[in-house]
Design a protein around this ligand. Structure first.
Ligand SMILES: CC(C)(COP(=O)(O)OP(=O)(O)OC[C@H]1O[C@@H](n2cnc3c(N)ncnc32)[C@H](O)[C@@H]1OP(=O)(O)O)[C@@H](O)C(=O)NCCC(=O)NCCS
Length: 157
């Protein structure tokens, strides 16, 4: 089950920062970036036996308030490859839909096989573009979108 993080709970923040550092190194979320996402965006965590094993976070698209931009998703190393990423995202889409979000957009490193497989094959995201050198020379990002109106939860779970 996912849980919406609503407060700056130190235990939750510490665990999120740990998972993010493991997943992205220095590029992971720290407390300074988590605060605006928690207070003004959406951060959902996933617990397994009460331990937080993953999170996904979104911001609203300024130009299109019906669109949520997925800033990132990360699952702790020992819990990957068990379908938790798919469950976390699927449940977060249901929560976003209730908040009248119609579309989710993200960017991903095209070499990130697990993430691309999760987005494209398991969840039905479509690649809609490529941003060359988005994060510096050779660090291009694939742009992917999913219309939540077309999303069928039963196909994933
Ligand atoms: C990407 C990530 C969130 C996926 O979470 P997860 O819980 O492992 O996701 P799932 O188990 O639901 O699905 C992952 C799929 O990729 C597959 N996969 C994993 N590693 C793979 C690899 N090296 N090659 C091919 N497929 C791979 C899994 O088998 C699974 O597909 P399947 O269920 O059809 O077998 C997780 O790997 C992660 O946290 N990575 C580090 C952070 C990151 O890259 N985030 C995304 C960028 S924002």
């Amino acid at each position: 089950m996912i849980e919406l993080v609503k407060t700056m709970n130190p235990e939750i923040i510490e665990r999120i920062v740990e998972i993010e550092a493991e997943a992205f190194g220095p590029g992971g979320l720290n407390v300074w970036y988590l605060e605006p996402l928690i207070r003004h965006g959406r951060v959902y965590i996933y617990r397994l036996n009460n331990e937080i094993v993953g999170l996904v976070n979104y911001m609203l698209d300024w130009d299109n308030p019906k669109k949520a931009y997925m800033v990132g998703v990360s699952i702790s190393k020992e819990s990957r490859g068990q379908g938790i990423g798919a469950k976390l995202l699927t449940e977060s889409f249901a929560a976003l839909t209730k908040e009248t979000i119609e579309e989710v957009e993200l960017t991903v490193d095209p070499n990130n096989v697990a993430a691309v497989r999760l987005y494209e094959k398991k969840l039905g995201f479509l690649a809609t573009g490529f941003k060359q050198d988005e994060y510096g020379k050779g660090e291009g990002r694939l742009v992917m979108k999913l219309l939540l109106t077309n999303f069928a939860e039963k196909d994933v779970m």
